[in-house]
Design a binder for this molecule. Structure first.
Ligand SMILES: *[C@@H]1O[C@H](CO)[C@@H](O)[C@H](O)[C@H]1NC(C)=O
Ligand SMILES: *[C@@H]1O[C@H](CO)[C@@H](O)[C@H](O)[C@H]1NC(C)=O
Ligand SMILES: *[C@@H]1O[C@H](CO)[C@@H](O)[C@H](O)[C@H]1NC(C)=O
Length: 412
């Protein structure tokens, strides 16, 4: 009982301290940066019986300080190195009526633009309701330069930049994932629909009508609904995942092939399976050296956003066999407490970022949750735009986090 009383007091103090005098508080010998709260893992090992437990991972979030998003939740001192001394997080593009940014985050360094796709799904595809668009990070930077700067907790102003829709052929509609640029083009992953098969497509970012389909079948059989892709940093071949979300959301026929992870060499046409045994292999991310791969199994999410919380919402790590590039030594990396890990990126220090139900979660290479970019909203995908900028795709908002960490090159 004493322990429980103590817990309540700690939570109350934490909330009031951080909202009033956050800048004066230290954690692990360092000042706690703006827009951040530290959450001591020992403070919630025993649940206060006077408050209800969470029963949903998708509609109830873990926010013990009751802080208004967006903000950073720090669970471990290592997250201070990710954030740096002067981080910020804000919405930079907002379209409240349409989830315009849900996947396929691609940063094109040449123009400093970020490309992304809106949600796929719904009964019968409606190409007009599905779009690929971009924002200019130069416009974002100009907007931020005009905001007031303040060191206090709350005052980080949003900006709201232009979202430019790409005029893209119907066959590339229902894009859900993507990476690159690959050979100068956006590498887009389409889930397909009743008219077009799922595919890997190259789209010229300057002339989106110029589109090349690289692959749309496995020896004559269609894939189920392709989801995500990454380019292996050494072999520069394309690895991609296949799920049955198209069928579960009733815009694809019944699956006729297992949900698997594939490797495709666009120069030889060779396509083969590198991992199976996952229920919904969804997001994929390689370590910078290409020796480790992270794949999420998002079986907890069914069709039409139905969830089954006894199924995986889990990132697995594998070794990439140096000889065959098949995935081996599958092991658990992290299970998310919120939603599903729908997108995966790594930073140059090997930390793993997952786009989850309440924001972006960050695990260190050992799989410890060190912090969250807490948005209070599903954050399906994210992409580093060089060093110090993480762009988060959260449906009706795109967020920019200005931090110390950086990504590594995903363009080949
Ligand atoms: C941002 O701008 C768009 C387009 O002008 C507008 O529809 C939207 O409501 C704006 N968002 C906010 C939060 O004001
Ligand atoms: C664009 O068109 C040119 C010439 O027709 C072609 O060589 C190139 O591969 C195309 N780019 C893409 C991304 O399809
Ligand atoms: C959830 O998944 C488990 C394991 O597959 C299954 O036994 C159970 O019936 C599912 N529950 C629902 C409500 O579908």
């Amino acid at each position: 009982m004493a322990g429980r009383t103590f817990l309540v007091v700690v939570l109350v103090l934490t909330a009031s301290f951080y909202s009033q005098a956050n800048a004066h508080i230290q954690f692990a010998g360092k000042p706690i940066p703006r827009q951040s709260v530290v959450i001591d893992s020992l403070s919630f090992t025993v649940h206060d019986p006077s408050t209800p437990s969470r029963t949903s991972s998708t509609t109830q979030f873990f926010n013990p300080t009751n802080t208004t998003p967006p903000f950073f939740q720090i669970f471990h001192p290592a997250f201070l190195d990710v954030l740096g001394d002067n981080p910020s997080i804000r919405s930079v593009a907002s379209r409240p009526t349409f989830p315009f940014a849900l996947g396929a985050g691609i940063w094109d360094e040449r123009t400093d633009e970020v490309f992304f796709a809106s949600g796929a799904g719904g009964v019968e595809p409606e190409p007009s309701g599905n779009q690929i668009a971009k924002i200019s990070l130069r416009e974002v930077e100009r907007g931020i330069a005009h905001t007031r700067t303040s060191t206090s907790f709350e005052e980080v102003e949003n900006v709201n930049v232009t979202v430019t829709k790409l005029d893209i052929p119907d066959i590339v509609q229902i894009t859900i994932g993507g990476t690159g640029p690959f050979r100068g083009a956006l590498l887009l992953v389409t889930a397909g629909n009743t008219k077009f098969p799922p595919s890997l497509a190259l789209v010229d970012p300057q002339d989106p009508s110029n589109t090349t389909i690289l692959l749309d079948n496995f020896f004559g059989r269609q894939f189920n609904s392709l989801d995500d892709a990454k380019i292996h940093p050494k072999s520069k071949t394309i690895f991609f995942t296949d799920t049955s979300y198209g069928f579960l959301n009733r815009f694809r026929p019944e699956p006729r092939i297992p949900n698997q992870v594939y490797r495709f060499d666009p120069d030889t046409g060779e396509v083969r399976v590198v991992a199976d045994g996952l229920i919904q292999p969804n997001a994929i991310g390689f370590s910078q050296d290409g020796n480790t791969v992270y794949i999420s199994d998002t079986a907890a999410l069914g069709g039409f956003s139905e969830t089954n919380q006894s199924l995986p919402a889990t990132i697995y790590a594998f070794d990439v066999d140096p000889r065959t590039q098949a995935f081996k030594n599958k092991r658990i990396f992290a299970y998310t407490d919120s939603g599903i890990p729908d997108g995966i990126e790594l930073d140059s220090a090997g930390n793993v970022y997952g786009g989850c139900g309440d924001g972006v979660h960050v695990w260190n290479p050992q799989g410890i949750l060190i912090g969250k970019f807490f948005l209070g909203a599903n954050s399906a995908d994210m992409v580093f735009a060089g060093k110090g900028r993480l762009v988060i795709l959260a449906g009706t908002n795109v967020y920019l986090a200005e931090i110390a960490a950086g990504g590594f090159n995903l363009a080949f």
